[in-house]
Design a protein around this ligand. Structure first.
Ligand code: SF4
Length: 363
């Protein structure tokens, strides 16, 4: 199938609207311009409208608006060694039995903390490797589960998504399909009837919604979730623990309790990968564990995710709560599920209250 760009999407690529909406100073404008030379910038009208204009620590702003902190040293372009574990340019296979299909390199919003900053929004369209990837999966019977990711697979045209799902369903040994997306959160109107039809037709599909903050659960997002439920999907969430966005027990409690109320089971809470350009979002492991303790005490059992880290170097995932941290030790040696041991630098800055007011609303 020919790859085609979706040119009808109302994604704001130019800075003019952002500058006008956020009333940015010339130096803030230049900062965004400088950073977006290295890491692409895009934001939707919906997500832009969620930013509190006068709050420099607005959690939505921090996730979407480029900052010069992205140009600081540290981290790696490919911390999980995905390029090494790629039998085709559009498939990552780290574990036996399953692999990640890179369906698209486009996202509606380029998250500033993305662990595929090396790839998203840049040159190189994975759609040209789809056929090679279908052949690879077909020839490897141990691949029973495919995680469709990117970029964002819901940024494909509906007919492209339909084609992708139909080809994967044609491979008899592929029994489980997952699809990871941030579209229902950052671009809910981008989920078209055709996407939902394809999702329903080739189900059952597990959909993983990437969501990081309770303020992202808007009426529009809830409507998108309901449409996906009507399309007979199973819905789970994944969240990245991000400094000065959601590194607070009360914020996480609100997020997870709101998700289960909408029929979405919190699945993964990810420790930030050591990715170049995103290290300023790193949260100390002790803080993540404190958040989990708070959730276990206060939240419904359904609202508790697995708190995991992907060990730097491509060693696989581990539950963070199984790690022992001694004193102020910064280098943590961790054995991933692949059996390899890697080092995680537990050197995030201390978490601080940003006075968002969510905790006082709970009393
Ligand atoms: S939507 Fe996902 S892949 Fe795209 S920029 Fe955000 S985190 Fe990265």
């Amino acid at each position: 199938m020919e790859g085609r760009a979706n040119t009808t999407l109302p994604v704001i690529h130019t800075l003019e609207n952002v500058v006008r909406y956020l009333d940015l100073t010339p130096s803030e404008y230049k900062e965004i311009l400088d950073v977006s030379r290295y890491y692409p910038f895009a934001i939707t009208r919906h997500y832009l409208s969620l930013i509190e204009k006068d709050n420099p620590l607005c959690p939505i702003r921090r996730q979407a608006i480029p900052s010069k902190e992205e140009l600081r040293d540290g981290g790696m372009p490919d911390p999980l060694n995905e390029l090494h574990d790629s039998p085709t340019p559009a498939f990552i296979k780290k574990y036996p039995g399953r692999g990640v299909f890179l369906a698209s390199s486009t996202c509606a919003v380029y998250c500033r903390f993305c662990n595929r900053k090396r790839f998203v929004g840049k040159k190189g369209d994975p759609r040209i490797y789809w056929e090679e990837t279908f052949s690879y999966i077909k020839g490897n019977r141990e691949v029973q589960e495919v995680i469709i990711s990117g970029g964002d697979p819901l940024m494909l045209l509906p007919e492209e998504l339909e084609y992708l799902l139909s080809r994967l369903r044609d491979i008899r040994h592929v029994r489980i399909l997952r699809l990871s997306t941030r579209v229902p959160v950052v671009y809910p109107e981008g989920m078209q009837r055709g996407h939902l039809k394809a999702i329903k037709r080739y189900g059952p599909l597990w959909i993983i919604i990437h969501i990081n903050h309770p303020r992202e659960i808007t009426n529009e997002c809830i409507a998108a979730i309901q449409k996906m439920r009507k399309a007979e999907t199973m819905l789970v969430s994944q969240t990245v623990l991000l400094r000065q966005v959601n590194d607070c027990p009360h914020i996480m409690f609100r997020l997870y309790e709101s998700l289960i109320a909408q029929g979405v089971k919190p699945y993964y809470l990810f420790q930030l990968d050591e990715v170049k350009g995103a290290m300023h979002f790193k949260v100390r492991l002790e803080r993540g564990m404190e958040i989990m303790r708070f959730l276990r005490k206060r939240a419904s059992g359904l609202a508790i995710p697995q708190y995991v880290m992907d060990v730097t170097g491509g060693c696989g995932k581990v539950p963070v709560e199984s790690i022992t941290i001694q004193g102020k030790q910064k280098k943590i040696y961790v054995q991933g599920i692949t059996g390899k041991t890697g080092i995680y630098h537990n050197d995030g800055k201390k978490s601080q209250c940003i006075h968002c007011g969510i905790c006082s609303e709970e009393q």
